[in-house]
Design a protein around this ligand. Structure first.
Ligand code: 5AD
Ligand code: FES
Length: 350
């Protein structure tokens, strides 16, 4: 680690942001020593706010139909080999019931942009979940629906919304998405969600095709400015039915490095150690938590559909029952001195 990198880390840990050029330098200048120092600082900051608690979210993958065609994604509409499914409201409620019994107090409804899930259908479903489980938070991760829809779903009781910005560099965004999708809409959606009253999550893939220290610097600057309540980052992993099939996956080393930086940029952020990270490394989630992550999101989807919700190849935890995943994760967290808590796990705004 150069003295210069050490200096940047000290400034970050001291609570001041960096310039875009400095974020790029910190990213490009990484080595083992810098990573350990960042992780140590991030761990300290996280423990100050969340202690040794790890929040758990039950992820329910409600549909793999998608009207979008993101170039990297396995459920893009042009993938003819994708075996499509959607869950019924009863199936989703059953997952919540199982999850609640296992101690989950947040349900994340995630899916492709599927017109079948109208506002009416979702409002009914959200209302039912909230009336059956008033002690639970509902998080939506259903893509860009437009402000009116976001508002209706919020009024129906949804608490949080995850919408990864994917990349904060407009040119990079264009290279990962078809022409009909726009970076401006993406960012506007995030601000709309915030204004409506949601706890909002953004995020990006690490090692996506075309990503550079300079594009990452823009992601970090965006996070510094937007101050998301949640931030989902995980390695890009190629999917065999996409043009990026031969592109190498993102690394554990860069993902954990960025997790530590993001924790320091915005200390209260709810930061998951993602399934993608567990997919490229058997101890990925543990490494993510040790680097400063504070959330895990095991799968609560019915096992019959889990393999079908394939954004990327090789996804872990597609064969296990929800209870097995819950127990496995508890053991994993305990093995590194953390504990999963039964709580809604809202962001701690300071
Ligand atoms: N590898 C890793 N993550 C992916 N996502 C989509 N496709 C892939 C992939 N091939 C991520 C996107 C999306 C989130 C739900 O999953 O960032 O926002
Ligand atoms: Fe799913 Fe370990 S978390 S099996």
């Amino acid at each position: 680690m150069t003295g210069r990198t050490g200096g940047l880390i000290s400034r970050l840990a001291g609570g001041s942001g960096l310039t875009e050029a400095e974020y790029a330098e910190l990213t490009a200048g990484r080595d083992g020593e810098a990573a350990s120092l960042l992780a140590e600082k991030a761990d300290k900051v996280r423990r100050g706010i969340y202690g040794a608690d790890v929040y758990v979210r039950g992820l329910i993958e409600i549909s793999n139909y998608c009207k979008n065609d993101c170039l990297y994604c396995g459920i893009r509409r042009s993938n003819r080999s994708c075996d499509r499914y959607r869950l019924t409201p009863d199936e989703i409620l059953e997952c919540c019931g199982e999850g609640h019994a296992l101690g989950f107090r947040t349900f994340v409804l995630q899916g492709g942009e599927d017109g079948h899930f109208t506002d009416d259908l979702l409002c009914g479903l959200i209302g039912e979940i909230k009336s059956r489980y008033p002690d639970c938070a509902v998080t939506l991760s259903l893509g860009e629906r437009g402000r009116d829809s976001f508002k209706r779903l919020f009024d129906a009781g949804a608490d949080r919304y995850l919408l990864r910005h994917e990349t904060a560099d407009a040119g990079h965004y264009r290279s990962l998405h078809p022409g009909e999708m726009s970076f401006e809409n993406r960012i506007r959606s995030l601000y709309d969600l915030r204004e409506i009253g949601y706890q909002v999550g953004c995020g990006f893939m690490v090692g996506s095709p075309g990503q550079t220290p300079e594009t990452i610097a823009k992601d970090l600057k965006f996070i510094e400015e937007f101050k998301p309540d949640m931030c989902g980052i995980g390695p890009f992993i190629p999917h065999k039915d996409t043009l990026f099939r031969d592109h190498p996956h993102g690394t554990v080393e860069l993902t954990t490095y960025l997790l530590s930086i993001i924790r320091l940029i915005h200390p209260p952020v709810l930061l998951p150690a993602t399934t993608a990270l567990a997919t490229i490394d058997p101890r990925g989630r543990e490494k993510g938590i040790l680097a400063g992550a504070s959330v895990v999101m095991p799968n609560l989807s019915p096992t019959s559909v889990r393999k079908k919700y394939a954004l990327y190849d090789g996804k872990v935890c597609t064969g296990e029952e929800s209870a097995e995943c819950r127990d496995c994760l508890s053991r994993r967290m305990e093995s590194i001195g953390f504990r999963i808590v039964t709580a809604r796990g809202d962001v701690k705004r300071r």
